[in-house]
Design a protein around this ligand. Structure first.
Ligand SMILES: Nc1ncnc2c1ncn2[C@@H]1O[C@H](COP(=O)(O)OP(=O)(O)O)[C@@H](O)[C@H]1O
Ligand SMILES: [Mg+2]
Length: 315
């Protein structure tokens, strides 16, 4: 069976991790001293937080990481009690390597304040033989007493160049031919999330090893940037009805929901020649309409209202 590419292309060593240079350097140095503090990794998905935790474990425990490294998800539906008991059982057992064990707890910001307090006590109780690596989307959602027990690292979305490196690597190893426009589309769509890149490419590759822009856009249900800009520019030129038709046609073609397309329109606004002040007004409007859509307003009415703003008749 084909393996999952996100796992297949997960870096195994510090050297293989792309980007996050300062973080990798510091964490590698800490790991090499063998005296690791508790760590808090924060940042958006798919940028190397879990990967780096696994690299640390590999480095410290080599093939004994099974008995010395425990990975848990804090948002596990079984609840924090199970997580806490698992942590206790694991931490109680003496580490085989003789020093300490590592518990990697993912999605810590999904824990309530109370659960975080309990986690803090667990961290204290087992501080002698256990190190925690906590991972969260937002470090600000982690209570102060936990933050102060950890060294905090803020991961950033990968840069375009780094995303390109990841794409090129997969292209080579999988014998794919990905055309330049498809690469640009992948970079644009994935917004610095390397997991998305691997997932989209694996899905595209199921159709053959020639990958073009069209396939990428079809797969992720996104419209091409040109299509979005065409809709916006048609509206700006005053052709409201025409732009409305184009909008609905594009939505149908790529089976996009209102909230999908509004995100793309919002990005598209920056690429227009409108004065900055107008761009800001329109961005603001996108925010308002996105909120209404999430609240359940009629998609088509709301999107038409947005286009009406573009035709300039409303301000
Ligand atoms: N910095 C990176 N360098 C290379 N590949 C990466 C990097 N970050 C993420 N990836 C890819 O994305 C996948 C998911 O990354 P992961 O570290 O689990 O993300 P998260 O930050 O959500 O914990 C990895 O298995 C790997 O394929
Ligand atoms: Mg993760």
């Amino acid at each position: 069976m084909e393996s999952i590419w996100t796992e297949k292309y997960r870096p195994k060593t510090f050297n293989e991790v792309i980007g996050q240079n300062n973080i990798v350097k510091r964490v590698e140095a800490m790991t090499k001293t063998g005296n690791l503090p508790n760590l808090l990794f924060s940042g958006p998905p798919g940028i190397g937080k879990s990967t780096l935790a696994l690299v640390i474990a590999n480095e410290l425990f080599q093939n004994q990481s099974q008995s010395n490294f425990l990975e848990l998800n804090a948002s596990d539906e079984r609840g924090i009690d199970v997580v806490r008991n698992t942590i206790k059982d694991f931490a109680r057992m003496k580490s085989i390597s003789g020093t300490f064990k590592i518990i990697f707890l993912d999605e810590c910001d999904s824990l309530t304040k109370e659960a975080q307090q309990a986690l803090r006590r667990t961290m204290e109780n087992f501080s002698r033989n256990t190190r925690f690596i906590l991972s969260a989307n937002y470090s600000s959602k982690i209570i102060e007493p936990i933050q102060s027990r950890c060294i905090s690292f803020k991961f950033r979305p990968l840069e375009k160049e780094q995303m390109k490196e990841i794409i090129d690597n997969i292209e080579k190893k999988e014998n794919l031919t990905i055309d330049e426009k498809a690469k640009q589309a992948l970079i644009e769509i994935s917004e610095g999330d390397a997991r998305k890149i691997a997932n989209i490419l694996q899905s595209c590759a199921a159709f053959g090893n020639q990958i073009n822009e069209e396939m990428v856009f079809n797969l992720v249900s996104a419209a091409k940037q040109e299509e979005i800009l065409d809709i916006i520019n048609t509206a700006i030129a005053g052709n409201f009805l025409q732009s409305k038709d184009k909008l609905f046609e594009t939505m149908l073609k790529h089976s996009l929901s209102g909230t999908d397309i509004i995100k793309q329109i919002q990005k598209g606004i920056w690429k227009t020649n409108l004065p900055d002040e107008t761009k800001i007004k329109l961005i603001d409007k996108c925010g308002e309409i996105e909120f209404r859509l999430v609240e359940g307003s009629d998609e088509f009415i709301q999107l038409e209202a947005l286009l009406a703003q573009f035709t300039g008749k409303c301000f």
